[in-house]
Design a binder for this molecule. Structure first.
Ligand code: UD1
Length: 370
């Protein structure tokens, strides 16, 4: 009997840590399943892509589509055109997509239209804010895929409310936590903190890249004023996403950065080094999706600078606090973080480092039946 073929799609930075542990888990089914990785090339800089393959011990992708940047329509369309060629050549039994980036929705659409089954990992999350491109990607992907693998109970509820058939929903836990767990020891051995002369808990780690936070000059300027306030109490370590870097330059804000003592801007970091800096941070300020989950697992306080989150369990159970991105409010919450006792969190159900094995077992079972 020939092996069943699965293609896992990666495109942007947050995808790599979700697929790496799945690839390892599928090795258990080496005799019956061939697992291939296709990289769309949505992210292409070394620091946004290649560095992660090394850190996460992922094999080189079987196909690299090299689509690069563009408007949402251009990027999505280019991915579809290139991914269709790969699907026609490989004729996979299943396409596996993760997360909520443009590559996720583009490859799902391509596959279902060719009659290929699609499984979505990290399905069901909803911010209920349709101005976020990721929310549209989530809704569309879930509405057309065959199987939904879910990281938290809110996802199951959302999918049922949207009419997704119950026997296609699997609550399995979080593959990103599998990667984190796998890399923890390496992160503890990283020298990044030493090389930046940092001591534990003397700094706050910051990431910002959401269009709503970084695409308007006033908003970015507001963040710089907030950093100036925070720098009175803590160093600030800020690995800068390419989108944010471009805008800081375009809005001529670089000079203001130089005037903030203790604000250290870095290039985007690899997975292990970023994890290492998370481990020793006093707290984290971010607008990322995944970092909300990683900090909850590590029980590190996290201020999420957004009006909504699609990951409510990190608020209800974890260390995450949603902070309306408005200057006086953020400054008040920062002052509370510095002066008051912090929220104590718990780790959500099934975030135990073996979600990928549950997914691989379930998929092997589903494919054996078809
Ligand atoms: C994408 C995802 C977002 C995810 C983020 C993580 C979508 C809709 N958004 O946003 O959910 O949280 O990735 O990083 O898919 N660029 C580079 N080098 C790169 C990649 C991008 O310079 O390697 C530049 C592009 O030229 C573009 C900008 O960064 O101008 C944004 O890239 P894009 O992939 O469109 O979206 P992200 O903001 O990275």
């Amino acid at each position: 009997m020939s092996k069943k073929k699965i293609i896992s799609v990666v495109g942007a930075r947050p995808n790599f840590m979700k697929v790496a542990p799945l690839h390892r888990a599928f090795q258990k089914y080496y005799d019956t399943i061939e697992h291939l990785i296709v990289h769309t090339g949505q992210h292409y800089d070394f620091s946004m892509s290649d560095a992660f393959f090394k850190d996460l011990e992922m094999p080189k992708p079987s196909y690299f589509l090299g689509v690069g940047s563009g408007t949402h329509a251009e990027q999505t369309a280019k991915i579809m055109v290139e991914f269709e060629k790969v699907c026609k050549e490989l004729k996979p039994d299943l396409v596996l997509v993760v997360g909520d980036v443009n590559s996720t929705v583009a490859c799902s659409l391509t596959a279902v239209k060719l009659g290929i089954k699609v499984a979505h990992i990290e399905a069901g999350l909803r911010s209920f804010d349709r101005s976020m491109p990721e929310e549209i990607n989530r809704i569309v992907t879930d509405s057309i895929c065959n199987y939904c693998f879910v990281t938290e109970q809110s996802g199951v509820k959302n999918l049922i409310n949207e009419g997704f058939h119950k026997n296609g929903i699997f609550f399995v836990g979080n593959t990103m936590i599998d990667s984190l767990d796998y890399a923890l020891q390496k992160a503890k051995n990283s020298q990044i903190g030493n090389s930046l002369n940092l001591t534990s808990k003397e700094y706050v780690l910051v990431t910002l890249h959401r269009p709503t936070n970084v695409d308007e000059p006033e908003r970015l300027d507001e963040f710089l004023r907030i950093f100036k306030h925070l720098s009175r109490y803590r160093k600030i370590i800020f690995p800068v996403h390419p989108r944010t870097r471009k805008n800081l330059k375009y809005f001529s804000l670089e000079k203001k950065i130089d005037e903030i003592p203790g604000l250290i801007l870095l290039e985007p970091l690899g997975y292990i080094d970023f994890l290492s800096l998370m481990l020793d941070a006093d707290f984290i300020m971010t607008d990322s999706g995944g970092i909300q989950e990683e900090t909850t697992y590590l029980k590190i306080p996290c201020l999420t600078l957004r009006t909504t989150t699609e990951r409510p369990v990190t608020i209800e159970l974890g260390t995450n606090i949603l902070v309306q991105p408005e200057e006086s409010y953020i400054i008040k919450v920062i002052n509370d973080m510095i002066n008051l006792p912090r929220k104590v969190g718990n780790v959500p159900e099934l975030w135990d480092g073996i979600a990928s094995f549950r997914i691989a077992d379930k998929i092997a079972n589903l494919l054996a039946r078809n």
